[in-house]
Design a protein around this ligand. Structure first.
Ligand code: SAM
Length: 290
């Protein structure tokens, strides 16, 4: 328990001892910097009663710190070769549950019920970069009792999550995530603090779940469907992009007058629309029998 898991020497020693081979495909870049470790943990604002899900535990660097400050940690790790290392590094800590599994395949509703008794929980993860977006969207769409999430992820993705309408980084992910939570970049993180060093820089981001959505949406499925269509054809005008939506095909004239009636210029590019404007369109489009 006294080993400093952020020390490159210690990481090397563990790797040699267990004959562990890093998998690039699984996004295995372990945190090797004490300051960044503290920054990640502090961003989660942990208090003693907290329940935490950690995704991609690696050799347990974050897990150990979380376990010292929270009531319960469930640490999911896909690579079975890391499980004996995790068991050794986290030995004697009674509040940690290690699960060998794929976060995208686990039944998270079950997991929440079994380990957290259905109570609110936090998520902390130094994410495997090849599946950043699916992990975030899965967590948000499962209807879990989430409180707050702290992720270390690609800087470019962090910029997408906090982008403003009309910018290049603004997209379907921006609107979807901001519908569910308030996003805040805590700090950028150099690629040099990971071992082995990844090809991109990172950022720590905090997502606080909203009590109520920032806009009222009468049909969330339609709302997200429209957002997807609009960004799929982001270079087209709103009118042309929306005409591609399966529910609208063949009704372009009526669509145009509908957009005008909501006060949104059909010639605008869809990627300039705010979340509020997406809500206005999806709420109105049904009522006008398009
Ligand atoms: N938390 C450790 C740290 O900060 O040093 C490791 C972070 S590393 C960037 C990402 C971890 O996620 C790796 O240990 C990798 O094996 C694991 N991982 C990759 N895909 C996963 C998946 N689908 N489900 C669960 N864990 C996964």
């Amino acid at each position: 328990d006294s080993l400093k898991l952020t020390s490159p020497g210690v990481i090397n020693k563990i790797v040699r001892e267990y004959n562990f081979r890093f998998s690039k495909g699984l996004g295995q870049n372990f945190l090797a910097d004490e300051n960044i470790l503290n920054k990640i943990i502090n961003s989660a604002m942990l208090v003693p009663g907290d329940r935490v899900l950690e995704i991609g535990a690696g050799i347990g660097t974050l897990t150990r710190e979380i376990s010292s400050r929270a009531e319960k940690v469930v640490a999911v790790e896909i690579d079975k070769d890391l499980i004996p290392i995790l068991e050794e590094n986290l030995k004697g800590r009674e509040n940690i549950q290690i699960i060998n599994g794929d976060i995208l395949k686990l039944n998270l509703r079950e997991l929440e019920k079994i380990y957290f008794g259905g109570k609110p929980f936090k998520v902390i993860a130094n994410l495997p970069y090849y599946i950043t977006t699916p992990i975030i969207m899965t967590l948000l769409e499962e209807g879990l009792n989430l409180q707050l999430m702290v992720f270390t992820l690609q800087k470019e993705v962090a910029e997408r999550l906090t982008a403003s309408p009309g910018t290049k980084a603004y997209g379907a992910l921006t609107v979807a995530v901001n519908y569910y939570c308030h996003c805040e970049i805590i700090s950028t993180v150099s690629r040099n603090v990971f071992f082995p060093k990844p090809g991109v820089d990172s950022a720590i981001i905090r997502l606080k779940m909203r009590q109520t959505p920032p806009v009222e949406v009468t049909d969330p499925e339609l709302f997200f469907d429209i957002i997807k269509t609009v960004f799929k054809y982001r270079r087209k005008t709103l009118l042309n992009a929306l005409s591609k939506d399966s529910s609208i095909i063949g009704k372009k004239n009526r669509l145009e007058s509908f957009l005008l009636s909501t006060g949104i210029n059909p010639a605008r590019r869809g990627e300039t629309l705010s979340i509020e404007e997406f809500a206005r369109i999806s709420n109105g489009i049904k009522g006008c029998q398009l």
